[in-house]
Design a binder for this molecule. Structure first.
Ligand code: NDP
Ligand code: GDR
Length: 360
């Protein structure tokens, strides 16, 4: 029997990698996408085929995490063996600006799916994966593992804390096969452009080709444990293939600062960064003495998560999972792909057309 998976957030970074991974495993994959005024399926267009064709195994459904009726209808129609709940307002800084919406989609949205499983009597059939996050640890000192206390530092993290515990609660109360993957930051060439890694690789590629002069960043000292999204979606799947539902930390066990990410990405394109000043006066110069990186306090957060470093020992022992892509390879891949993008933009510009700037 072909297994059916339902992915919320299928149009996002992880949704795209997971859909591709599950199709490769022979699954029938259903994705929930929200209605938008412009197409938002760039990341999954290569997987999509006309549903009128034969043998199609990838389907999209309109739905929204804030709308129970759509979620219940889709789950009833699909009768999934596995649900991967990846949809979320996932930007930490934006959550300070839209705290209520973030709670609605990220916290209550998770509850809505769990309730849909109960309402439809699918407790014994449907396994549930919750996209939990290292942001739950917030100010808890590193290294962080499954036993570390949570201390969330943003409306996003607080909403995800609710989602974490409601997942545990439905497992304990109703015997659901429900798992939290506590994933540390994971990136890729299809990472959203406003997360710091992609913002850096995209801007440095454009600076290299003369399409942009400067990159404005916030806290250069924040430290993160950055892995590759392709590796991390495999861990999501592995969690749902175990005999017992459990929660797992997924991380590389290696930590770098935002500043180090800038330096590594710059090296990839032949730029040497020299830092001068400190705090909000800190600037990064290239080898020709041009200022190309500047701190803009606009990107500081009201409360910051300074240091995340995951200990993935449990995932290694029980899931047999280990990251394949290290920091340098991740940076190199992202830089390479953004250079290709920038080259396309340069071509457009050289033909007399307008190229969008970083802020448009
Ligand atoms: P993205 O921001 O790339 O994708 C989020 C997805 O959720 C998009 O498909 C988005 O749709 C969708 N979405 C947002 N709001 C709603 C809504 N109200 N209803 C339906 N869909 C919605 O995130 P990632 O792929 O990076 O992350 C996947 C999940 O994992 C998220 O829950 C995130 O919080 C969590 N996470 C991510 C980590 C990371 O480092 N990437 C680490 C730990 C956890 P649209 O395309 O229309 O915007
Ligand atoms: P994060 O990722 O908040 O860890 O959440 P992000 O890339 O946004 O920030 C990482 C760190 O970089 C600092 N920073 C900047 N961040 C952004 N976005 N833009 C800047 O200009 C900038 N300058 C410095 C931030 O202050 C922060 O310390 C991501 C998301 O994917 C969440 O959904 C997920 O849960 C966590 O990772 C794990």
């Amino acid at each position: 029997m072909t297994k059916k998976a339902l992915i919320t957030g299928v149009t996002g970074q992880d949704g795209a990698y997971l859909a591709e991974f599950l199709l490769g495993k022979g699954y029938e994959v259903h994705g929930v996408k929200r209605r938008t005024s412009l197409f938002n399926t760039d990341r999954i267009d290569h997987l999509y085929r006309d549903p009128h064709e034969e043998g199609v195994r990838f389907f999209l459904h309109h739905g929204d995490m804030t709308d129970s009726s759509s979620l219940i209808r889709i789950i009833q129609q699909v009768q999934p063996d596995e649900i991967y709940n990846l949809a979320a307002q996932s930007h930490v800084a934006v959550s300070f600006e839209e705290p209520e919406y973030t709670a609605d989609s990220d916290a209550l949205g998770t509850l809505r799916i769990l309730e849909a499983i109960r309402i439809l009597g699918l407790e014994k059939k449907t396994r549930f994966y919750q996209a939990s996050t290292s942001e739950l640890y917030g100010s808890t000192p590193p290294p962080q593992n499954e036993e570390s206390p949570f201390h969330p530092r943003s409306p996003y993290a607080v909403a995800k804390l609710y989602a974490y515990w409601i997942t545990v609660n439905y497992r304990e109360a109703y015997g659901l096969f429900a798992c939290n993957g506590i994933l540390f930051n994971h990136e890729s060439p299809i990472r959203g452009e406003t997360f710091v890694t992609r913002k850096i690789t995209r801007a440095l590629a454009r600076i290299k080709l003369g399409l942009q002069d400067r990159l404005y960043l916030g806290n250069l000292n924040a430290k993160r444990d950055w892995g590759h999204a392709r590796d991390y979606v495999e861990a999501q799947w592995l969690m749902l293939q175990q005999d017992e539902p459990e929660d797992f930390v997924i991380a590389t066990g290696e930590q770098h600062s935002v500043r180090e990410f800038v330096e590594a990405a710059a090296r990839e394109v032949g730029i040497e960064i020299e830092w001068r000043g400190s705090g909000i006066d800190e600037k990064g110069y290239d080898q020709h003495g041009r200022c190309i990186v500047e701190v803009d306090p606009r990107y500081f957060r009201p409360a910051e998560v300074e240091s995340l470093l995951g200990d993935p020992s449990k995932a290694k022992a029980k899931l047999g999972w280990e990251p394949k892509v290290g920091f340098e390879a991740l940076v190199a891949e992202m830089m390479r792909e953004d250079l290709k993008e920038a080259e396309k933009h340069l071509l457009v510009k050289n033909h007399g057309y307008r190229v969008l700037s970083q802020h448009e």
